[in-house]
Ligand binder design. Structure first.
Ligand code: SAM
Length: 313
């Protein structure tokens, strides 16, 4: 007798299997388990909704609970942060920080690599050897941004070969060497901190000669208020080296020399203390407006204020 039923019988018996298994099997099938789980979740959600009703609205939703207890305070905190960040003072400070970063890490490096002793780091005067009664009036060392120096020189419309360039508070000599790439008649720096002065000397000795249009560069160790100004036409450069009191002494020396021999002088002030009144009272200088191109560059990209004066002669 054949073990396998004929094909027609087989199909018929397979087709009837589910119905024959009946309701008992359905209760344990995956589909029914999912349905059961959904029912459980719905019951839980319903009980939560009742607890989270929005007062006075009759709205019952899990969202109500989330917004009241968690989202709303978060939104308030975020709103306060945005408000603080968008405050004009804060935006100004952020932009200033960005400009410092731009100069130090993007614009300065190509030139900075030319110095034998790096010039980019700030140095506190507190730990340096300074034999001057003006020690307490001195400001810490920080370098002029290289591009800013170029913009400043670009604002002076005069034949540089007629001028001596003097950096009052020369630091490590960065500005002296940037100036040496222009055809000044002579370039001199005065620095009162011995360690900085030594670095400046080293940098002057090692700077690539091929870049120097003026090789008559020196840096003296001393106090700027005790070194007399050159007799000829001069560009006096001050990057916030000292207090208003010391500036008044240095300016006095310059003005006395000018009165003896009226001549073309320039005074460049970078990030100056409040000295506009001293310049005005001197009766020897007038403030120059920077040419439009330089003015725009400095407005947009200088982290420091730049003020330019010219002698009346
Ligand atoms: C802000 S740094 C400027 C450095 C450099 N001129 C430049 O622009 O890169 C000021 C420098 O002035 C020097 N200094 C401060 N008071 C001074 C004084 N009375 N005589 C000479 N140098 C002084 C400090 O030691 C410091 O190196």
């Amino acid at each position: 007798m054949p073990v396998v039923p004929p094909r027609s019988e087989r199909l018929e018996s397979q087709a009837t299997v589910p119905s024959q298994r009946g309701v008992k099997d359905m209760a344990t099938s995956p589909k029914s388990r999912v349905a059961e789980r959904i029912a459980q979740l719905a019951a839980t959600a319903a009980s939560q909704n009742t607890a989270a009703a929005v007062p006075g609205t009759g709205i019952s939703s899990p969202v109500a609970e989330i917004s009241r207890d968690t989202v709303q305070p978060k939104l308030e905190r975020t709103g306060a942060k945005i408000k603080e960040r968008a405050h004009p003072d804060r935006l100004k400070q952020d932009y200033l920080n960005y400009l410092f970063w731009l100069h130090e890490f993007v614009l300065d490096p190509p030139t900075e690599q030319l110095f034998f002793v790096p010039t980019k780091k700030r140095v506190r005067l507190a730990n340096l050897t300074i034999r001057s009664h003006n020690r307490e009036h001195g400001h810490d060392y920080r370098p002029t941004p290289c591009k800013l120096f170029e913009w400043v020189l670009g604002a002076i419309e005069y034949d540089f070969s007629r001028l001596t360039f003097v950096d009052h508070g020369a630091g490590k000599g960065r500005v002296l060497l940037l100036a040496s790439e222009h055809p000044f008649q002579a370039i001199g720096g005065i620095e009162f901190a011995e360690e900085l002065h030594d670095d400046a000397i080293m940098n002057i000795q090692q700077y690539p000669r091929s870049r120097m249009k003026c090789r008559n560069v020196e840096c003296v160790l001393g106090d700027a208020s005790e070194v007399g100004p050159p007799e000829g036409e001069t560009l006096h450069y001050f990057f916030s080296p000292f207090s208003r009191e010391v500036f008044a002494e240095v300016l006095h020396n310059i003005v006395v020399s000018y009165r003896q021999k009226p001549r073309r002088l320039y005074v460049v002030l970078i990030d100056p203390p409040e000295v506009a009144d001293l310049m005005e009272k001197s009766g020897a200088f007038m403030r120059l407006e920077l040419p439009l191109q330089q003015r725009l560059k400095m407005r947009l990209f200088s982290p420091y204020e730049v003020v330019l004066y010219r002698s009346l002669a």
